[in-house]
Design a protein around this ligand. Structure first.
Ligand SMILES: Nc1ncnc2c1ncn2[C@@H]1O[C@H](COP(=O)(O)OP(=O)(O)OP(=O)(O)O)[C@@H](O)[C@H]1O
Length: 749
């Protein structure tokens, strides 16, 4: 990021001419260009950068003609970046009669200084030119930026030689491709590459494919994604650079060439060699493209100088027109005009994205050193000098921007890896640090043991202190006792109860006081001691009793709890049983209701059956009543029997009773038995007559049956209307029907 900021600052500095000049003077421009074309961090892929066109001037060696005519050298190379056009010549003094004469016919030298990014002298090789002009573009291309190189110059200035070269000295096109391939190999572990190339010429404003013999004229088209493209051009894929040189040679042979005054094999067309690079990152799958355009322009020439007519004249005119259009575009770009006349010629249309657009551009201006090409060289130098000012805004061609997320994922993954490494490092350091910690641990242990020792010492001293205090106390008591003896004391002896008092007594006994006092004191102490002993014994017995009581209480509590639990369990079981019984009752009720309903339906369906049923019911009731009466009599008889036996056994207790149970009960029992018979209120004695269990049970059963029979009767009577038990029936169907609709109310217990 800092690098990027520096680069932008650097660019800003170069924007003003003075600074640019100073940069050139100090030789920093090449460094700047180098920095600008260095690889950029992939984390800032779409950033735009303003960059100047790189202009390199190459001066070719004088050819045989130039040498033959002994022409003057009009280009003097001074250093790597400076050249002087039409330098001052050393004057050959001419003396006439010993007086130095001035040559009035001689034209004054221009002595024009030109500074470029690089000036290659006539001894420079293609390889050197490549190093100073195009080599840096390889990395720029690999970073996804478009690049273009075009060779400009007059006829025979050495453009084709620079671009294509010979087999012995291959030109920069081949050298660039060679480097591109080696760079591709270097990056093959990171990226997948696809290289495609085209080679076309523009001759008389017609575009032709140089790699496809007999091809049709091609048309230029502008694509929003790839910029200017040549429609219908054959795209070639090459595996290695050696194939390329053959391909270039073949294409160049197909190029339109004619003999000119300046060049035996003058190229009469503009040759455009383009390489499309498609790169896919193996880690992030980011796809970026780059286009390299290498243009060998047709030679600029003066029409008047050639002296051609006809087709050659037209050819020259087209070349000049296209070069003029190129010049106009350059001027417009320099002046910062909004409209750049790219459409004025096929050449400028094709170079639209190679001039000042999204492209790093390198211009190689080829010049002849000879004065025979004075005008052409001068024009070329002026042209190149102006081209230096062209600025282009370059940006990286990212095809798939969504893949940036993958970059971030990779970044996160890298950071996580780094984090893991750092964690491991921290762990390692912790591990290394452990002996130090154990040392400090041992120090702590030593201090702890020392502290324990000191604490023990302190406790011993505290004991000693307490002993001394007790001794002082004993001494005070002794003093008090002596005072009492003398009659000086307050009559109070600070005798303590308990252990200390024993010690006191002992000490006192030992003390050198008078015998009478000590004996009395000793007696008191002994008495007190016995009292204490008695108290202690009592306390012990209290404690014992308390313990017994507690134990008893606990046992009882446990029993109570146990009983409670048993009761609880029984209650629970009872509840459960009750629920079960209730459930069974409910089920039985449901079953009975169903049976009744079934019966009812049957009765409703058949009046015969109904009548039969009524008869059956009345018979049943009669029989039941009969049975019940007999049963009641038997029961009453048995009850009376039991009662009489009960009376016999409890005769003594019933002596005061005014009631004669046998008499009174016998009368009542014939009609209805009673469970409880209370004694007469008149007797004034609160005695209660209770039946024995069996009698009460029998009586309860009888009662239950009576009620059950009654309930049944009620139900039947409600259903079928009034039924006479004596056999008289009121077979009223209307009433029966009405009653049937009402919900049956049962009086079951
Ligand atoms: N640097 C150089 N060293 C040696 N010979 C050179 C050099 N430059 C050019 N020549 C020679 O000069 C002659 C003309 O060169 P070249 O064909 O490259 O010129 P040109 O600019 O392409 O001309 P045109 O525009 O007519 O095609 C060629 O024979 C070439 O070998």
């Amino acid at each position: 990021m800092n690098k990027l900021v520096k680069m932008v600052k650097c660019d800003k500095k170069l924007a003003t001419p003075r600074r640019r000049l100073s940069a050139r003077n100090t030789g920093t421009i090449s460094k700047v260009v180098k920095v600008l074309t260095q690889p950029i961090a992939s984390t800032a892929p779409c950033i735009q950068r303003a960059t100047n066109m790189t202009v390199v001037v190459r001066v070719r060696p004088p050819n045989s003609k130039e040498r033959d005519q002994n022409s003057r050298t009009v280009v003097k190379v001074v250093g790597d970046q400076l050249l002087i056009f039409d330098p001052k010549e050393e004057e050959q003094p001419f003396f006439y009669h010993g007086v130095k004469q001035k040559d009035f016919l001689k034209r004054g030298n221009k002595e024009l200084k030109f500074m470029f990014d690089r000036v290659c002298g006539n001894s420079s090789t293609n390889s050197e030119v490549y190093t100073y002009s195009t080599k840096s573009l390889v990395d720029t291309l690999m970073n996804g930026y478009n690049c273009s190189v075009f060779a400009y110059g007059a006829t025979g200035a050495g453009k084709t030689y620079t671009m294509i070269g010979t087999e012995e000295f291959p030109g920069i096109t081949f050298l660039t491709m060679k480097d591109l391939f080696s760079r591709k190999e270097e990056l093959s572990s990171e990226r997948e590459f696809e290289l495609m190339l085209t080679y076309v010429e523009i001759y008389n404003e017609v575009v032709k494919d140089l790699l496809c013999p007999g091809g049709q004229p091609l048309y230029l088209r502008e694509d929003s994604k790839y910029g200017v493209i040549i429609s219908g051009v054959k795209v070639h894929k090459i595996a290695n650079p050696n194939d390329l040189f053959l391909l270039l040679e073949q294409g160049n042979k197909r190029r339109t060439q004619h003999l000119t005054d300046a060049n035996a094999e003058s190229s009469r067309s503009h040759a455009v060699f383009q390489v499309y690079i498609h790169m896919t990152s193996k880690t992030t799958r980011e796809v970026s493209t780059a286009k390299l355009s290498m243009i060998d322009l047709a030679g600029s020439e003066r029409g008047s100088a050639t002296g051609y007519v006809g087709p050659r004249f037209k050819e020259g005119a087209n070349i000049n027109r296209s070069l003029l259009a190129l010049g106009n575009c350059i001027n417009s770009l320099i002046n910062g005009k909004n409209h750049i006349p790219y459409r004025d010629s096929k050449l400028t249309r094709l170079l639209k994205d190679s001039l000042g657009g999204n492209c790093h551009t390198v211009m190689i201006a080829n010049v002849s050193p000879s004065s025979l090409s004075y005008e052409e060289t001068y024009n070329t130098l002026k042209y190149a000098n102006r081209a230096k000012s062209i600025k282009s805004n370059v940006k990286k061609n990212i095809v798939n921007t969504d893949l940036h997320i993958e970059q971030y994922i990779k970044l996160v993954s890298d950071l996580q890896t780094e984090n893991a490494t750092l964690k491991a490092e921290v762990d390692r350091l912790r591990h290394d640090n452990q002996p130090v910690q154990s040392d400090s641990g041992s120090q702590v242990n030593a201090l702890t043991s020392e502290n324990a020792m000191l604490t023990n010492e302190n406790a011993a001293l505290a004991n000693e202190n307490a002993t001394l205090k007790r001794e002082i106390e004993i001494l005070n008591m002794t003093i008090n006792a002596l005072k009492i003896e003398k009659g000086e004391g307050d009559g109070l002896c600070a005798v303590k109860i308990g252990q200390e008092s024993k010690e006191v007594s002992m000490e006192v006994c030992k003390s050198p006081v008078k015998p009478s006092i000590s004996v009395e004191f000793t007696e008191l102490v002994v008495e007190q001691k016995e009292a204490m002993k008695r108290i202690f014994e009592l306390e012990q017995s209290i404690l014992l009793l308390k313990g017994q009581l507690d134990e008893d209480l606990n046992r009882k509590t446990v029993n109570i709890i146990k009983n409670h639990e048993t009761r609880k369990k029984l209650l629970e079981k009872f509840d459960k049983d009750e629920k079960e019984v209730q459930k069974q009752i409910q089920e039985l009720r449901i079953a009975r209701t169903r049976a009744e309903n079934k019966l009812w339906n049957l009765l409703m369906a058949s009046p015969e059956l109904s009548r039969e049923y009524e008869r059956f019911v009345s018979d049943k009731e009669r029989m039941e009543f009969q049975y019940k009466s007999e049963l009641t009599q038997i029961e009453n008889h048995m009850l009376l029997k039991k009662l009489s036996s009960f009376q016999t056994t409890n005769k003594k207790h019933r002596a005061d009773s005014a009631v004669t149970p046998g008499t009174s009960l016998s009368g009542k029992s014939q009609t209805k038995p009673k469970r409880i018979l209370q004694d007469s209120k008149n007797s004034g004695v609160n005695s209660t007559f209770v039946m024995d269990k069996d009698a009460a049970k029998t009586q309860t059963k009888t009662k239950t049956r009576q009620i059950a029979v009654k309930g049944y009767k009620t139900r039947v009577s409600k259903r079928f209307g009034p039924i006479s038990t004596a056999g008289g029936k009121e077979n009223n169907h209307q009433v029966r029907k009405f009653e049937a609709k009402k919900p049956v109310k049962r009086n079951w217990i």
